[in-house]
Design a protein around this ligand. Structure first.
Ligand code: BGC
Length: 421
């Protein structure tokens, strides 16, 4: 059997998307600013802050062995330099519950949201952000480190690189094909959001540097440095924790004439990050679909392709391709996210099975892949798109927060119990 003993079978979530009432974060403020970018505010989300135990019990019962979730910087440090003992105690409870249920926790320390106060300082373009981030990481890990075997510093450190490219693509050949989540925010359809958001966050539009929507070279450098500084801080206080970064890796496929463009895009999305990864213990690989490049530019899917609720092509084979390319980092790899937004749960199970067949082939060829985390455990707050896209293996009643596992949850749990397909 290709999947090794101890392979981590999990699902992933992020604090802002599931916990609810993340009121000290930049996103919360943006969600409530007029002319907002958001289809709806995050509100109570899945009330996971209260119901985490129940959720962990469910994941355990399904047969899963690991859970990737994020600790929220805005909760732990709601004002600059002010740390919340209560928030840290909460996350200690969550981690202890994981261990109690025999679930290996993987913690992400930054998953898109930041404390609102950081935006007043200049956000992800501010040169002091890496030090601020490292100080928060040090606090968390000196308190909770012994409970955290795996830690991802920053989720999708390269997301702005990808989005920057998509903006260019959308002014090019096939803008209407772009994934739905990207189309409106970046084309400026509601350009006033910047002004309103900046005012609400106590900054100015030119200095509104949210992690997800800051595309300058200066910001990319700040993000990379934040990872390096965080890793240093974590290693000092918690040397046994395995530290990694996660990258959003689209499968860049060249059509005739697109070879050069495909190579360049892989380089800027991946190779550019290699210096920052030197010294990491693993690489988190996150993949959802592919991009096709020809002499004209990028296409997000071939004509007539089956599309997900996100407007991505149903193309689970992409995961195998990116794992093979990402081995060049020379690090053990964990698939920290792979998933599909669909209301057809049968297609979800198909997607996971096809993706895992690819992982199996990679393992058979000797690639060092140590885990697979399906995105997501729960139907949750999909950022600008609100609650419409459904990625979860578990549905959540938006009024009662009742959990309803879908057939794909039982199926994935079976795979985990069997230790393979
Ligand atoms: C992010 C998640 C998001 C998922 C689906 C990833 O880029 O890490 O937060 O929900 O994709 O769009």
């Amino acid at each position: 059997m290709a999947f090794p003993e101890g392979f981590l079978w999990g699902t992933a979530t992020a604090a802002h998307q599931v916990e609810g009432n993340n009121v000290a974060s930049d996103f919360w403020v943006m969600e409530h600013a007029v002319n907002g970018l958001f289809a709806e505010p995050s509100g109570d989300a899945c009330d996971h802050y209260r119901l985490y135990r129940q959720d962990l019990a469910l994941l355990k019962e399904l047969g899963l062995t690991s859970y990737r979730f994020s600790i929220e910087w805005a909760r732990v440090e709601p004002e600059d330099g002010v740390f919340s003992r209560a928030a840290i105690a909460h996350y200690r409870d969550v981690l202890e519950a994981c261990h109690e249920f025999g679930i290996t926790p993987m913690v992400t320390l930054h998953h898109f949201t930041s404390p609102a106060w950081l935006m007043r300082l200049g956000g992800w373009e501010y040169e002091g952000t890496p030090e601020r981030f490292a100080a928060y990481c040090r606090t968390v890990m000196s308190e909770l480190g012994p409970l955290i075997p795996y830690v991802c510093t920053i989720n999708e450190a390269n997301i702005a690189t990808l989005t920057r490219r998509m903006i260019e693509d959308m002014t090019g050949a096939k803008p209407e094909q772009a994934p739905v989540g990207v189309r409106e925010p970046v084309t400026g359809g509601r350009a006033q959001w910047r002004e309103a958001g900046a005012a609400a966050l106590g900054t100015t539009p030119d200095k509104l540097n949210l992690f997800l929507l800051t595309f300058s070279d200066a910001a990319l450098a700040v993000v990379k440095r934040a990872h390096v500084e965080a890793r240093r801080a974590i290693k000092e206080v918690s040397p046994s924790a395995q530290v990694g970064l996660t990258l959003a890796l689209q499968d860049m496929q060249a059509e005739p004439g697109g070879e050069k463009a495909a190579g360049e895009r892989w380089a800027e999305m991946f190779d550019e990050y290699l210096p920052a990864l030197a010294g990491d213990d693993f690489l988190g690989v996150q993949n959802y679909s592919r991009v096709l490049l020809d002499a004209q530019g990028a296409a997000f899917h071939p004509e007539g392709a089956e599309l997900t609720q996100m407007g991505y092509e149903f193309y689970p084979q992409a995961l195998e391709n990116v794992l093979r390319r990402a081995t060049s980092a020379g690090l053990p790899m964990l698939v920290t996210e792979n998933g599909i937004a669909t209301d057809d749960d049968t297609r979800r199970a198909d997607f996971i099975r096809l993706a895992l067949e690819g992982v199996e082939r990679c393992l058979a060829d000797g690639l060092d892949v140590r885990g697979y985390y399906y995105w997501s455990a729960l139907d949750n707050f999909e950022w600008m798109l609100g609650y419409q896209p459904t990625f979860g293996i578990v549905a959540v009643d938006r009024d009662t927060f009742e959990r309803h596992p879908k057939p794909s949850a039982a199926w994935l749990g079976e795979v985990a119990r069997r230790g393979g397909l």
